[in-house]
Design a protein around this ligand. Structure first.
Ligand code: NOJ
Length: 571
């Protein structure tokens, strides 16, 4: 395994989105000294791994996921000395820093691309993916993730270049061994500095589906199947887990990962369980875990985009999560998450952001942390931060959201109000509003004007309040993290889903040797009677943790209150 330490299996990770975490100098943009100043918050929670979203120099077309220089720090975020101080602060607290490795693409302002686009015989030309026009237009029908074609024409060479995201994010050509060597070199650079590993952005997209591998850089690329009106078609599935993906990953492991004690998680859109097993297999795989997306799709219409909303049907969520639990048990390792910087806030999406906000946020935490895998908490999740519902598209900053609005309303003539509903439910800015530290102006995030508005519930929902209240969501997370250290069954036990078809109850067991945990969660605003005959006998069981006072459980042994979660240790 790339990591010689098994700590990450019993550790909990925390994701920091630096632009929105804490601003130290009043420019309205979160920065590295801001992170350093708040490390005690993470330590108090019991965090042992931080995934830091990109802090490299970037023109910010996609908030840092478009990198101009992999070896320098974004000016708005600080300096390399600030970075070193933050890293030292984390190491002192026993926190390992996982950097974001974004190497499916660079910024179009990266020096490699500037060279590459200048002429066909420039030595850097082959660092990217180029094709001649086909019948005067784009070489394939692939649609980019942020709308429009995945190909943009480059006047100087008379060719198109490929970009699966924005046109300012050209895809690197991993077939070129020099590109791979550049990536390995920059990984060594950060690992030698003492970082603890990498979260790898859309890593399963690095090998494209060449129709011949003999001369991959010239070979033609297949069209994506037609599933929607018009020329452009979604193409993500065309480029994930491509023919040479695993060989690239094994090379990366040999060249880099095997030489360090590091933790890795690969972002893997469209990944199947079989693919995740292959990637995370402890002997023959390459990474410790993947971020898979199946459970992020349960509230959109099958085969359509994430914006095509569908009400959540709890059995779909349970089926998906439990398939991954059993599929990777003993075969690989799961990451566990409800939320990140690309997803809406967990409590608004899967819980109740109204009267049961606190209780349902604790339920979500309990339900996820009791599963097998490494939990990732996204900043503010431990406070129960919620989605925003801003009325105007101009209030949003995210490139994905703005482009989608433009295409839906201007080109496809959809009703703006309906499109705003999708943005309220799924827009990425929901997760990117500034971290709510206190009830001070701008939630204590900045003394200036924040780059994105602060949620107006900050006087009620903030870290200062949460740390002072023993019954807060924050302290519930802290307890769950501490339990993981004490109960090996949470780490290694096998998983069995109970009541798979029940519309409101999410129930399962974890079993290791003689120890069995029973997890009962009521995902609804009504109390639920428990179908006792279909559950293991818990009449003699010990209470482990719940989101209502444990002393009150015996008063209602066969019902769960609205959004109640309980964990029993079976005798
Ligand atoms: C996945 C990242 O999480 C997302 O924020 C980004 O826009 C794309 N990859 C492109 O890098």
């Amino acid at each position: 395994m790339p990591s010689t330490s098994s700590d990450w299996r019993s550790s909990v990770a925390y994701q920091i989105y630096p632009r929105s975490f804490a601003d130290s100098n009043g420019d309205g943009i979160g920065d590295i000294p801001g992170i350093t100043a708040h490390l005690d918050h993470l330590q108090a929670l019991g965090i042992e791994i931080v995934w830091l979203s990109p802090v490299y120099d970037s023109p910010n077309d996609d908030n840092g996921y478009d990198i101009r220089d992999y070896r320098s720090i974004m000016k708005e975020f600080g300096t390399m000395a600030d970075f070193d101080a933050m890293l030292a602060g984390m190491r002192q607290r026993g926190i390992r820093l996982m950097m974001d490795l974004v190497v499916n693409h660079t910024s179009d302002e990266h020096a490699w691309f500037q060279q590459a686009r200048s002429s066909r015989d420039n030595p850097y030309h082959d660092y990217y993916i180029w094709r001649d026009p086909v019948e005067g237009r784009e070489p394939t029908n692939w649609e980019a993730a942020f709308n429009g074609s995945a190909w943009t024409f480059n006047e100087a060479t008379g060719e198109y270049y490929l970009h699966m995201f924005s046109k300012k994010q050209p895809d690197l050509n991993w077939e070129n061994p020099k590109v791979r060597q550049e990536v390995y070199d920059l990984m060594h650079f950060w690992l030698k500095k003492g970082v603890g590993g990498f979260r790898m952005d859309v890593i399963n997209m690095i090998s494209k589906p060449w129709q011949t591998t003999a001369n991959a850089t010239q070979a033609s690329l297949p069209d994506a199947p037609k599933v929607q009106e018009g020329f452009l078609q979604p193409a993500f599935e065309m480029v994930t887990h491509g023919p040479r993906f695993m060989s690239f990953m094994r090379e990366m492991r040999r060249e880099v990962l095997d030489h360090y004690d590091c933790i890795t998680v690969g972002e893997a859109p469209c990944a199947t369980i079989a693919q995740a097993q292959e990637i995370t297999d402890p002997q023959t795989g390459a990474l410790n875990m993947v971020f898979q997306f199946e459970h992020m799709e349960v509230d959109s219409q099958p085969g359509k985009s994430k914006w095509d909303l569908k009400p959540l049907h709890l059995p779909d969520l349970k089926t998906s999560l439990s398939r991954w639990q059993t599929g990777l048990h003993g075969q690989g390792w799961n990451s566990l998450y409800w939320c990140n910087h690309d997803q809406p806030r967990a409590v608004s999406r899967f819980g109740d952001e109204g009267p049961y906000r606190v209780r349902s946020a604790k339920l979500l935490a309990t339900c996820l942390h009791m599963m097998q895998g490494t939990p990732f908490i996204y900043q503010g999740e431990e406070l129960g931060m919620t989605n925003v519902k801003w009325p105007h598209i101009d209030q949003y900053q995210d490139i994905e959201t703005r482009n989608m609005f433009q295409v839906a309303v201007v080109q496809k003539k959809q009703h703006p109000e309906r499109v705003m509903q999708s943005i309220h439910a799924k827009g990425r800015d929901n997760a990117r509003t500034p971290m709510q530290w206190s009830s001070a102006p701008q939630a204590g995030f900045t003394t200036g004007q924040p780059w994105l508005a602060v949620h107006d519930n900050y006087t009620e929902v903030n870290a200062a309040q949460a740390r002072d209240d023993d019954h807060s969501i924050f302290h519930h997370y802290r307890q769950l993290i501490a339990l993981r250290k004490k109960w090996p069954v949470m780490v290694s036990g096998n998983f069995e889903l109970l009541l798979p078809k029940h519309a409101s109850l999410f129930a399962y067991t974890r079993r290791l040797g003689d120890v069995c945990l029973l997890v009962l969660c009521n995902f609804s605003n009504q109390f639920q009677g428990l179908p006792l005959k279909q559950l293991p006998d818990f009449s003699q069981a010990q209470a482990l943790i719940g989101n209502l006072p444990v002393e009150e459980w015996p008063l209602a042994p066969d019902t769960l209150a609205a959004w109640e979660a309980r964990v029993y240790v079976l005798a």
